[in-house]
Write a protein that binds this ligand. Structure first.
Ligand code: ZN
Ligand code: ZN
Length: 315
């Protein structure tokens, strides 16, 4: 049996055990990269200023960067270090400052900041400001079941996109966008499929949100991630859905902007380091890119994209 080789040489979204949702190490990721022929990987750990369990510290980031540089120097696999940042509106200034400090901690060598929404407000219409500020980790099983199982999906979707738009609008001190790429832009589909079943909530139902987000990110120069985690989560569509990615491409074309798309597996755990999973993920992503007319993917170094042609297109 011939060994599987990845058709895209970069994996831009990986986690290590500095946060509670991961048990893997930089070493595990480098081994996989060598096995499937990746030339560049990027470790993007969570920085979610709501729960210390999902929050890499500055010193952990520095250690990770040192380990990444040692691996890169060996010459086989380039290891970049980025962050997967959550966004909380009432902490916008703090998050902006922190992201700058984290970048300084590794001498301005942060590869990328992925912008993710994993938390949504619990009581957004409460009159009490403390209650209004409460957020829950909605894409975790426990919290979803406990707090959102009876909430209409459309309501969750509206809260989610309201946050995503606020994150998109936020800026760094120099005026550039706070985040470089929108990560798993419709991640809520994961729990919808799990608890309501497939086909109950379709992208068409939140088409207006998709249009608004895509127009805004293209205008502001924020890219989009194609997250391969949907394969491991048994989602037929999603992260982003075909409609989402096509809409992004539509606005790029209309505005004459070069599409900036990163591809990442979002692997957290040792159980996911299998050839079978890699095969399934890359097959799916090549189909998705091809269906949406994506011809190149981006790799970010120092928060600037460079582009690589996608060859093969799944054929
Ligand atoms: Zn995520
Ligand atoms: Zn992630």
């Amino acid at each position: 049996m011939t060994q599987f080789k990845a058709p895209i040489p970069v994996d831009h979204h990986l986690h290590t055990n500095v946060t509670i949702d991961s048990d893997s190490t930089i070493d595990d990721h480098v081994k996989r990269a060598k096995r499937i022929g990746l030339s560049t990987i990027c470790i993007t750990n969570h920085i979610s200023f709501m729960d210390p369990g999902y929050w890499i510290s500055q010193s952990e980031l520095r250690k990770l960067k040192e380990a990444a540089d040692i691996e890169t120097a060996k010459g086989d696999v380039e290891v970049l270090v980025g962050l997967e940042a959550d966004y909380f509106e009432d902490r916008a200034g703090f998050i902006r400052r922190q992201l700058e400090e984290y970048d300084r901690e590794i001498d301005g060598k942060l590869s990328i900041v992925l912008g993710s929404i994993h938390w949504i407000p619990l009581n957004p219409s409460s009159n009490d400001p403390v209650e209004r500020g409460q957020e829950i980790l909605f894409n975790g099983d426990y919290h979803f079941m406990r707090y959102l199982a009876d909430t209409p999906p459309q309501d969750i979707i509206d809260r989610y996109f309201r946050k995503q738009i606020a994150m998109i609008k936020n800026k760094r001190y120099d005026g550039s966008p706070l985040v470089d790429v929108l990560s798993h832009p419709d991640v809520f589909t994961k729990n919808f499929v799990k608890y309501y079943g497939k086909g109950v909530v379709e992208p068409e139902q939140y088409k207006d949100h998709i249009e608004e987000v895509c127009e805004m990110i293209v205008e502001r120069g924020i890219g989009m991630e194609v997250n391969m985690g949907c394969v491991r989560r048994d989602l037929e569509d999603g992260q982003p859905s075909e409609l989402f990615l096509k809409t992004y491409m539509k606005y790029c074309k209309a505005m004459g902007v070069r599409p900036t798309i990163t591809v990442g597996s979002d692997i957290h755990n040792k159980r996911d380091f299998t050839e079978e999973i890699d095969k399934a993920m890359y097959e799916k992503v090549m189909q998705r890119l091809s269906a949406c007319g994506v011809e190149e993917v981006a790799v970010f170094r120092n928060r600037e994209p460079e582009y690589i042609e996608v060859s093969g297109q799944g054929k």
